[in-house]
Design a protein around this ligand. Structure first.
Ligand code: CA
Length: 317
């Protein structure tokens, strides 16, 4: 048996390096690639449906501007919460576009191939539970409560609605295959305190965010989700990247670390390859999980590391 800890592979918006983010085919591909968890970003529609979308606006991944040209707000954006689910279902989802209207990641899936749609959180949970049933797998869900304060300002308590749906589908305790994530620590605190839901919580972190100290986060959360750039120093040319103290500090107070987001086509600064990034984050850094757009590559690297360890054990023993 290998002694190496195996960090969790979390498919960021599905296998989004290969297919349009948050579509069911992208989730199915990530599932087949061996991801441990599949991520859902969750936002609300006007009629209170929870849908799996990264942005609160529909602009960059759908054809909303063509289908509903009159429905933008004064700021020029099309907000999901201004549309009923029935309308959301008519939208065609595509690969993410940048401000210039072209693909944000030019090497990825083409813009106008396939037919993809937005799904509700409920549909996606049933889809993943269905795959677990048909394959005997145990893949978990990893929903993110998106912009809870903004949703509240629009008259919708997204946290409460997500909690109720999770309870309905059997996600209730720390043993269930789910991590629930949010940047807003007040909302994470509500999950158990106000609603009594005891699933594993992950406090997302940005370098600039104003958050409680780690020992306080450890009182309500199981882990932290920092951006990769918070985990190492030495990003400049000719510098030697080395891990920061964040992982050790988190482990000190019992928090797991799941960092975001590793992309093969947008490597972290100063790291020349995906393998170099994994070596730094996993082997040197000791992270417990990572979000990636390319779950197959991370799984393959981890398997290679396991096999090398096994070979060393065998020859030693
Ligand atoms: Ca997310």
């Amino acid at each position: 048996m290998s002694k190496l800890p195996l960090p969790l592979v979390i498919a960021h918006r599905g296998a989004s390096g290969y297919l349009p983010e948050h579509t069911l085919v992208s989730k199915a591909l990530a599932y087949a690639m061996g991801a441990d968890y599949l991520e859902q970003d969750v936002i609300a529609t006007r009629d209170g449906a929870l849908v799996v979308m990264h942005d609160i606006t529909l602009d960059d991944v759908t054809d909303v501007a063509e289908q509903y040209p009159q429905r933008a707000r004064a700021d020029g954006h099309f907000y999901c919460i201004d549309f009923d689910l029935e309308e959301i279902r008519t939208l065609k989802v595509s690969e993410r576009r940048g401000a210039d209207g072209k693909r944000k990641y030019p090497e990825r899936f083409s813009l106008n191939a396939g037919r993809f749609e937005i799904v509700t959180l409920e549909e996606e949970i049933r889809f993943i539970q269905g795959l677990n049933m048909s394959t005997g797998g145990t893949v978990g869900i990893y929903p993110e409560i998106k912009d809870p304060q903004w949703h509240r300002s629009e008259g919708f308590d997204i946290t409460e609605n997500i909690v109720h749906l999770l309870q309905k589908y059997g996600y209730r305790s720390a043993n269930d295959p789910i991590y629930l994530q949010c940047f807003d620590h007040q909302e994470l605190i509500r999950v158990e305190k106000e609603f009594g839901l005891r699933v594993k919580l992950v406090q997302l972190m940005r370098a600039t965010a104003d958050l409680p100290p780690l020992e306080e986060i450890a009182r309500y959360a199981k882990g932290i989700g920092p951006s990769i750039d918070m985990l190492y120093e030495g990003k400049g040319a000719g510098q030697d990247p080395v891990p920061t103290a964040l992982v050790d500090d988190a482990h000190e107070v019992g928090l797991a670390v799941h960092d975001y987001t590793l992309r093969a086509d947008r490597l972290p600064d100063g790291l020349g390859s995906l393998a170099a990034a994994l070596e730094l984050l996993v082997a040197q850094g000791g992270i417990d999980g990572l979000f990636t757009d390319f779950p197959d590559m991370v799984v393959k690297w981890l398997q290679g590391r396991q096999e090398a360890e096994q070979a060393r054990d065998d020859s030693a023993g």
